[in-house]
Design a protein around this ligand. Structure first.
Ligand code: PNS
Length: 169
């Protein structure tokens, strides 16, 4: 039986922290579905097609070639419905610290309540403990070098987005 997990998020844009979680999930499960979902608490910056393209171009070549990781959009659907549709038995999330934990645990409990699907928390690699999509966007908008925090396609996309525009207020 194929053991499949879901790595959900808004990935706006994908960071090295996200990619680390996907790679570690792929070491635990046969297949990983990276699910790009709408977070109602967040206003999107990159369009969905761009987010997916950036994730696909950023997954390490060996893992991409294995065919064990797919990247799909699921809009504003419930994550448990997505798990059911793709046949995922678990959700995998990275946790950077107590703020993430406080945010994630109620969702994990709700998802277990709704469907029985378990959430597996991976302690974030300390290298990426300070890395979030929003902080990366913010510092990149002010011209900071984010090449150590995001894969090259994302650095280039941020640079193109920021070219010729004022930093976000
Ligand atoms: O990267 P993010 O923005 O922290 O990801 C949050 C996300 C998209 C995973 C979360 O908002 C989510 O699961 N949305 C799907 C809708 C849903 O299932 N909501 C109920 C969660 S208990």
């Amino acid at each position: 039986m194929t053991r499949r997990c879901l790595c959900p998020g808004s990935f706006d844009p994908v960071t090295r922290g996200h990619l680390d979680v996907v790679e570690r999930a792929a070491a635990l499960f046969d297949e990983v579905v990276v699910a790009v979902l709408h977070n109602p608490a967040k206003r999107g910056v990159f369009d969905i097609e761009t987010r997916i393209d950036l994730i696909e171009r950023s997954i390490v070549p060996a893992l991409a070639a294995s065919g064990r990781v797919s990247v799909r959009e699921f809009g504003a659907r419930l994550v448990v419905d997505v798990c059911r549709e793709v046949g995922a038995s678990a959700i995998v999330k990275g946790v950077r610290g107590s703020a993430d934990y406080s945010y994630e645990v109620p969702m994990a409990l709700m998802n277990a309540h709704l469907s029985g699907v378990e959430t597996v928390f991976l302690a974030a690699d300390p290298r990426w403990g300070h890395v979030s999509s929003s902080l990366v966007r913010e510092v990149a908008a002010h011209g900071a070098d984010v090449s150590e925090l995001v894969p090259e396609p994302v650095r280039a996309a941020l640079s193109a987005r920021n070219a010729g525009r004022q930093p976000d207020a």
